[in-house]
Design a binder for this molecule. Sequence first.
Ligand SMILES: [Zn+2]
Length: 342
Amino acid sequence: MNNVKSNILDEINSLKNQFNKEFDKIINISDLNQIRVNYLGRKGFVSSYFRRLGEFSVEKRPLIGNELNELKKYIEEKLKEVNKRLIQIEKTEKRYDITLPGFKRFIGKKHPLTMIMEEIKSIFSFMGFEIAEGPEIETDYYNFEALNIPPGHPARELQDTFYLTNNMLLRTHTSPVQIRIMEKTKPPIRIIAPGRVFRRDTPDATHSPIFMQVEGLYVDKNVTFAELKGIILTFARAMFGKDMKIRFRSSFFPFTEPSAEYDFLCMFCKGKGCKICKGAGWVEISGAGMVDPEVFKFVNIDPEIYSGYAFGMGVERIAMFKYQIDDIRTFYENDMRFLNQF
Ligand SMILES: [Zn+2]
C-alpha cells in the first residue's frame, strides 16, 4: 500500500513538472485555453486523478485528494496570471491598425547638383552629344598649352591654380577633355564633358574653390556660329522653359575665335529687371565660340577642312537659377535642412 501511495504522489508531482514545461511555452490565449482544457477540463489530467481516488483506501484518500487540490489550485493560479498578461498584450496590439501603410523609411536622395547635371546630360544626349570624361589632375599641356594658353599668357592668371608639381595641377576647367578627345578621335566629334574643376578662389556667395562645369564641343565640316547659337537656345528652353531667350556678347578666350559670353533672359523677371539680374533683365551663364584654328593644330585636325564650336557652363550657376539659390556654398555644406528641400 505504501508503494501505491508513493507512486501516485510521484505521478502527481511529475504531472506538475509536465504542466510547468508546457506553461513556459504559452505565447497566446489559444495556447492557454488548450492547456486549461488538457489539465483542468472534465476529461483532463487532474480530473482523471480525482476519479482514481476510489482505488485507494479511505485513510489514504484525504492525503492524495489534498495533493490533487493543491495541484489544481497551482495550475488555476498560474493560468489566471498569464491570462491577465496575454489580454493586456492583445489589447496593446489592437491599437495598431495593420491595414494602415507601414512606416516610411528614410532613403537618401539625389543632391541638387547631381539632378541638374543629369538634366543637362539628358538634354544634350537628346541632341546627339556623347558624354566624355577626363582626369581631374591634368598636365600643364592639356590644361593650358594645347588650349592656346602658353606660359606667361594673362589668361593663366585669371585661373589661379592648385599646382601639384611644376607640371601637374588640378584642372581649372573641363576644356582639356576637348583636347584629349580631339587627339584620338576623327571628326565628326560631338561631345559634352561634365566634371569637377578647381580654382584657388576664396569662397563667397558666388565663388567656390571646387565647382562643376559642362564643356560642349562639336567639330565637323561646315560647322557655323549659327548652329552654336541654336544649340545654346535649345538648351536654355529645355532647361528653363519655352519662352527663354538668349543673347551673345563678344568676348575673348584664347581657345575660341570669335568668342562670346552668353546670357539667358532672367528667369525670375522675364527681362523686366529684378534683384537677381541686378536690373539687367539678363543673367550671365558662360562663354562660347568657334574653336580657334590654333587649337586644331595641336590635335592635327585640318582647320581648312573642319570647323567647330565649343561652349561651357557652370553647373552650380544653372542650379542656382533653377532652384533660386543665392549662395553657391550651400551646395557643399551638406546641411540636410537645405538638401531635403529638393
Ligand atoms: Zn531679373
